[in-house]
Design a protein around this ligand. Structure first.
Ligand code: ZN
Length: 436
């Protein structure tokens, strides 16, 4: 294999940290009666520029909409199974009366020829590596907020079939991302938790160590952080970047898959260490979303992103050699974007996605400070993990209410949490050690 040159610099965490899974958008519709979705998605390797979708409903909906964050751009020829056409109007498709099974076609990109953006992936097939990437936002339609099931079938050139069954996520879980392939380039398993790698990861010894590290971390988190359902299988696809992609690492994740890429630049003696740090930390961050998101928790973004980075940084610090810690600090710890977390949450909810930087940095620092004062019994992932598990993902707390969170944390910290909560969430009376 040809030796790969490494990047001159990596982008700062703005683009290091995934966006697609981090910002589930609202459905553009009022609350509908439950309409469970059952998808069958099929792609034939001999005609790999399109995939066929069949969607069955428990009850016939009147209209169907692009899935989360999608615009339905790649969706073609939506029909009832009896041939009646579903007409598109005002961003929705009107379902023919009484129709309980719809079919349509998805346009699929050629991953080997054009590449895709791992931050915002489109449906794409790699003939060279034999796998399909399919995020719900590009190609799927949904009739409401409920989950269901999905089967993705890949028919190979020789006629053999690879199929993968998924629970289709509801609106409060990470979005549906499918990665289905003939042959993973690597397979890992730990405590009943499987990781499959598709495509070409970087050809360094430490990539294998990172894969094993994140798998054992995820396995531990699914034991220590959630009391509800958690995925048992994660597919991680390395995809070719688009032609003019900026140097750096980018990734995004859905319910059971991570999609990532790295764009290399010559000339930086620290490039390999930087790549190692960013890949290890970012993968752990994405896995955190997958594992905690499957339980259907309804955390606001400030909690979801700050906890993901806090736990990812903690795990990376244990895994990485001490000489790599300077890059962990440089990318994830030192660049603090300080603002009261609840104010940032309000701006974020109003559409300012840039506020996520506050959650990644100042939010992660908040949980670091909280970990220092907690007095509850820790589990294998610490005291905060034990508290999250015991409180069923903070289910009974309004996490946008600083006083409510302070009350809960005070009960497990000899009343030492309140000043930290008021400082970080509301910008009030910060203890001097934090304000410095
Ligand atoms: Zn995230």
């Amino acid at each position: 294999m040809k030796l790969i040159s490494m990047p001159g610099r990596l982008l700062l965490p703005t683009s290091i940290i995934a966006t697609a899974a981090c910002t589930p958008g609202p459905m553009p519709l009022a609350n509908l009666a439950p309409v469970p979705h059952a998808y069958v998605i099929e792609i034939d390797a001999s005609r790999s520029t399109e995939a066929k979708v069949t969607l069955a409903f428990a009850t016939a909906p009147s209209s169907i909409y692009p899935a989360r964050d999608g615009d339905g751009g790649g969706v073609v020829d939506v029909r009832c199974e009896d041939g009646r056409e579903a007409l598109q109007k005002d961003g929705r498709w009107r379902v023919p009366t009484g129709c309980r099974r719809l079919e349509w076609t998805i346009a699929v990109d050629d991953l080997d020829a054009t590449g895709i953006d791992a931050d915002l992936p489109s449906a794409a097939y790699s003939r060279r590596h034999g796998f399909l990437v399919l995020p719900e936002r590009d190609g799927l339609l949904r009739a409401g907020n409920d989950g269901g099931s999905a089967t993705v079938r890949l028919i190979n050139m020789d006629g053999s079939i690879v199929a993968r069954e998924y629970a289709f996520p509801s609106i409060n879980q990470p979005p549906f991302y499918a990665v289905v392939g003939t042959q993973p380039s690597q397979n890992y398993e730990s405590n009943g938790f499987a990781l499959r790698i598709f495509g070409n990861a970087l050809p360094y010894m430490w990539m294998d160590e990172i894969h094993q590290h994140v798998l054992s971390t995820w396995s531990r988190w699914s034991r220590d952080l959630v009391s509800g359902p958690a995925p048992s299988k994660i597919d991680w696809a390395w995809v070719r970047p688009v032609e003019d992609a900026e140097p750096g690492y980018s990734a995004s994740a859905g319910a059971e898959a991570i999609i990532s890429q790295i764009v290399l630049r010559d000339g930086d003696p620290d490039a390999e260490a930087k790549a190692r740090v960013v890949i290890a930390t970012s993968a752990a961050h994405e896995g955190f979303h997958l594992i905690t998101g499957a339980a259907g928790q309804a955390w606001p973004a400030w909690v979801n992103e700050s906890l993901a980075n806090h736990f990812a940084i903690t795990a990376a610090r244990e895994f990485l050699a001490s000489e790599d810690h300077r890059w962990l600090n440089a990318y994830y710890v030192d660049p603090e974007v300080r603002a009261p977390l609840l104010e940032s949450q309000a701006l974020y909810s109003a559409g300012d996605g840039g506020q996520a930087q506050v959650f990644y940095t100042w939010g992660a620092r908040f949980w670091r400070e909280i970990e220092k004062v907690l007095t509850n019994q820790p589990n294998g992932s610490g005291r905060l993990a034990a508290l999250i598990r015991e409180t069923n993902n903070f289910a009974d707390i309004d996490l946008n209410d600083a006083d409510a969170l302070a009350d809960l944390l005070d009960q497990h910290s000899d009343d030492r949490a309140s000043p930290i909560v008021q400082c970080f969430l509301r910008g009030l009376s910060c203890p001097t050690v934090i304000a410095e």
